[in-house]
Design a protein around this ligand. Structure first.
Ligand code: NAP
Length: 251
C-alpha cells in the first residue's frame, strides 16, 4: 500500500513548473490527481501530464480553470467531486509575478497578482473544506514564497500576496483544526522554473547562487517532497506552519 493510496488530490497550476512536479510526486505515491491550468498554451502540456499520471496507475484529469475566479473554482471543485467522489488534499500552487516598482505599478497589475495568488487560495479553500469536513480529515497546502516573509524591492504585489497566504493559512489552521483539517504553507526560495527563467545563467545567476547557503537553486522536486510530507499522515501533528524550502536563503 502506497503512502497516499486512495487519496484524491487537487493541484492548481499543475501543467508545468512546481505544480507538475507536485502532481507527479503525489501520483507516484498513489494519489488520484485533478489538476488545473489556465492558458490555452498549456493545453497540450496538460494533456501530456494527464497521460503520464494515468500511466502511474492512478486516476488523473486536467481541467482548464482560472483559480482567481470564484465561480470557476466552485465549478471545478464540484466537477472533481462528481468525478473523483471526494477531495483529501488541496495544493494551492497557481501563481504569477508581475514585478514592478510601486511608482510604475498600475492598479490592474496589482489586482491581477492579488487575485491570482491570494484570492485563488480563498476561492479554492472555501470550496474544499466542505468535502473535507464531511470526511473529517483533509490537508490544504498553500504555495507562499520567501519573498512573502522577507519582502523585495520591485515585488510589492507578489510579496503582499504571498504574505497574505501565510496569514490565511494560520487562520484556517485555527478555524479547522478541531475538524481534523490541517492547513500549512510552503515558502520556496529560488526554484528553477519558467517563473525564474531569468536566473538561468550568467552573472546574475552566480550572484544569487552565492547568497544561498546550499549554493544552488532548488528544483520542483525539492518542493514536491515537502508537499508529499504535508499531504500525508507523516505530518499529522503539523498545522498552521509556513515551511521555508530555500537552501537556507531565509536564515
Ligand atoms: P510557473 O512555472 O510560472 O507556473 C505557474 C503555474 O500556475 C502554471 O501552471 C500556470 O498555468 C498556473 N497559473 C497561473 N495563473 C493561474 C490561474 N489564474 N489559474 C490557474 N492556474 C494558474 O511557476 P512556478 O515557478 O512553478 O510557481 C508555482 C508556485 O510557486 C507559484 O505560486 C509561485 O509564486 C510559487 N513560487 C515559485 C518560486 C520559484 O522560484 N519558481 C519561488 C517561490 C514561490 P498555465 O500553465 O496555464 O499558465
Amino acid at each position: 500500500m502506497k503512502l497516499l493510496s486512495n487519496k484524491v488530490a487537487i493541484v492548481t497550476g499543475g501543467a508545468r513548473g512546481i505544480g507538475e512536479a507536485i502532481a507527479l510526486k503525489l501520483a507516484e505515491h498513489g494519489a488520484h490527481i485533478a489538476f488545473t491550468y489556465v492558458s490555452d498554451n498549456s493545453s497540450e502540456k496538460a494533456a501530456a501530464l494527464q497521460e503520464k499520471l494515468q500511466a502511474l496507475g492512478v486516476k488523473a484529469k486536467a481541467y482548464q480553470s482560472n483559480a482567481g475566479d470564484f465561480t470557476q473554482s466552485e465549478t471545478f471543485v464540484n466537477d472533481v467531486i462528481k468525478e473523483f467522489g471526494t477531495i483529501d488534499i488541496c495544493v494551492n500552487n497557481a501563481g504569477i509575478s508581475k514585478d514592478n516598482l510601486l511608482l510604475r505599478m498600475s492598479a490592474e497589475q496589482w489586482d491581477e497578482v492579488i487575485n491570482t495568488n491570494l484570492k485563488s487560495v480563498f476561492n479554492m479553500t472555501k470550496q474544499v473544506i466542505r468535502p473535507m469536513m464531511k470526511a473529517k480529515s483533509g490537508s490544504i497546502i498553500n504555495m507562499s514564497s520567501i519573498i512573502g516573509i522577507t519582502g523585495n524591492a520591485g515585488q510589492s504585489s507578489y510579496a503582499a500576496s504571498k504574505a497574505g497566504i501565510i496569514g490565511f493559512t494560520k487562520s484556517i489552521a485555527k478555524e479547522m483544526g478541531s475538524r481534523n483539517i490541517r492547513c500549512n504553507a510552503i515558502a520556496p526560495g529560488f526554484i528553477e522554473t519558467d517563473m525564474t527563467g531569468y536566473l538561468k545563467e550568467g552573472d546574475t545567476a552566480e550572484k544569487y547562487k552565492s547568497s544561498i547557503p546550499l549554493g544552488r537553486f532548488g528544483t520542483g522536486e525539492n518542493i514536491a517532497d515537502v508537499v508529499l510530507f504535508l499531504a500525508s499522515d507523516w505530518s499529522s501533528y503539523i498545522t498552521g506552519q509556513a515551511i521555508s524550502v530555500c537552501g537556507g536563503l531565509n536564515t
